[in-house]
Design a protein around this ligand. Structure first.
Ligand SMILES: Cc1cc2nc3c(=O)[nH]c(=O)nc-3n(C[C@H](O)[C@H](O)[C@H](O)COP(=O)(O)OP(=O)(O)OC[C@H]3O[C@@H](n4cnc5c(N)ncnc54)[C@H](O)[C@@H]3O)c2cc1C
Length: 410
């Protein structure tokens, strides 16, 4: 058993760490506080090829393994977790297009997404449905249907995967909310119901690659957030938005939820890694501060109460990292990793939250100040508990896997 990163992964980590130290740390507090979009950081990330992390090499990407992906997200999140969000849902959707897209879709989108010339995100959540994705209300009605090949035609039961051959495209109506990178996404993959009457509902769900310049597509507002500043997170209205049939991911209806859930498995490794980055930063700052601050005539690191906090942070942080790399390595080995990525995401996000609060306690009153970084870590950490499946939902997924015997521990 080898717990070490490969030489390539270590080189990647050192490269990202230098970039974060040089370009992200010096501006993070000020830009986060002022709500400034980190354009310069994005430009460097594009030059470094980070928008192509999960794009296959033949389309100009890096085709990184998941452990490398985890290393990148961890390092960026040590500097500013919000910046990791800019390549987060982007990478997830790149993977989804590469994995499930038609050759025409891959060629049309992946090269520009790999360089960052175009970017993307993912639109799943709605005002009325987040965890319950089968409860979404956004619909895509087929236009120009010749009547021979769809649910309304003959021989195909509602909900079966069907080809939109006879259709010229879709008319999309609905509202999506909490969509990160919404103002920069082109195309934006949107989860819709192509057959709202399908039972179970997922058999009527599809992903459409929506062109944001299409009439009726509007980003209506930016949501005010506790943390995770940097990337915008928005509400979107789709009002009779036309999407050509070529925009149906993979060219067949009824596969959207499955495509999205597979992509979220990758996304959970990215979220776990971001949490590890936040926890590491919290620990580093607490350790440093404890060695500098004096009270009662000695460094506070001499107090056992502070020492216990540092030891707990180090222990849980390292356990979270190992769980995350383990989940990533399982995915790299081509094994199903929904259990592993769920375990890593839940544990690492809760460790990040705990470490951020503990670091704040070690800093005393200064930890509550906007002039100290731990305050931002404390605001950023909870997103990892909520995003890409809340921890409660993931606990039910983990339990289901264990009880059914699909997932085994030990
Ligand atoms: C900053 C930010 C960025 C985001 N970015 C994106 C994005 O880019 N794209 C996107 O599509 N979404 C995004 N989201 C949305 C996010 O994925 C959802 O908020 C999340 O999935 C939870 O959905 P919800 O908010 O509707 O909560 P709900 O589903 O309403 O859940 C509310 C509570 O009920 C619990 N609950 C619900 N169902 C169950 C159940 N069956 N068993 C046990 N407990 C349950 C939940 O755990 C939670 O505690 C983002 C959210 C945030 C905060």
């Amino acid at each position: 058993m080898d717990f070490e990163l490969s030489d390539e992964q270590r080189l990647l980590r050192d490269t990202i760490r230098s970039f974060v130290d040089a370009q992200i740390r010096p501006v993070a507090r000020q830009w986060e506080d002022s709500g400034r979009y980190p354009d310069e950081i994005v430009a460097t990330m594009a030059q470094m090829g980070l928008f192509g992390l999960l794009v296959p090499e033949e389309y100009g990407g890096m085709a990184a393994d998941m452990v490398s992906l985890a290393v990148v997200f961890e390092e960026i999140s040590r500097g500013w977790m919000g910046v990791a969000g800019i390549i987060g849902s982007h990478s997830l959707s790149c993977w989804m297009i590469a994995q499930y897209g038609t050759e025409q879709q891959r060629r049309a989108h992946l090269p520009a997404l790999a360089t960052g010339e175009r970017r993307t995100g993912i639109a799943l959540t709605e005002p009325g449905a987040g965890s319950d994705l089968q409860g979404i209300a956004t619909t895509a009605r087929r236009e120009g249907d010749a009547g021979g090949s769809g649910p309304s035609g003959s021989g195909v039961s509602p909900g079966d995967a069907v080809s939109p051959r006879a259709s010229t495209g879709y008319l999309v109506n609905g509202r999506k909310t909490w969509i990160t990178n919404a103002r920069h996404a082109d195309p934006l993959p949107v989860l819709v119901k192509t057959d709202p009457s399908a039972r179970p509902a997922h058999k009527g769900m599809s992903v459409l690659l929506v062109d944001p310049s299409a009439a009726g597509f509007e980003v209506v507002r930016d949501l005010p957030k506790l943390g995770y500043k940097g990337p915008e997170t928005c509400e979107i209205v789709l009002d009779d938005v036309r999407v050509p049939a070529a925009g149906l991911l993979g060219g067949a209806e009824g596969r959207g939820l499955q495509q999205v859930l597979a992509a979220l498995e990758k996304g959970r490794i990215n979220i776990a890694a971001r949490a590890v980055g936040v926890a590491q930063e919290a620990y580093d700052l607490a350790l440093r501060y404890a060695g500098e601050r004096e009270a009662f005539g000695q460094k506070i690191s001499g107090f056992q109460a502070v020492q216990l906090k540092l030891a707990d942070m180090a222990m849980k942080l390292q356990a979270a990292r190992l769980l995350t790399y383990w989940a990533a390595a399982r995915a790299d080995a081509g094994q199903r990793a929904d259990l592993e990525s769920g375990l890593a995401k839940v544990y690492a996000s809760e460790v990040a939250q705990e470490c951020a609060f503990t670091a704040m306690q070690v800093h005393g009153g200064y930890g509550y100040s906007k002039e100290f970084t731990v305050e931002r870590l404390y605001r950023d950490a909870p997103l990892m508990v909520i995003g890409e499946g809340t921890n409660d939902i993931l606990r039910t997924v983990i339990a289901e896997s264990l009880i059914s015997g699909r997932g085994v521990i030990g």
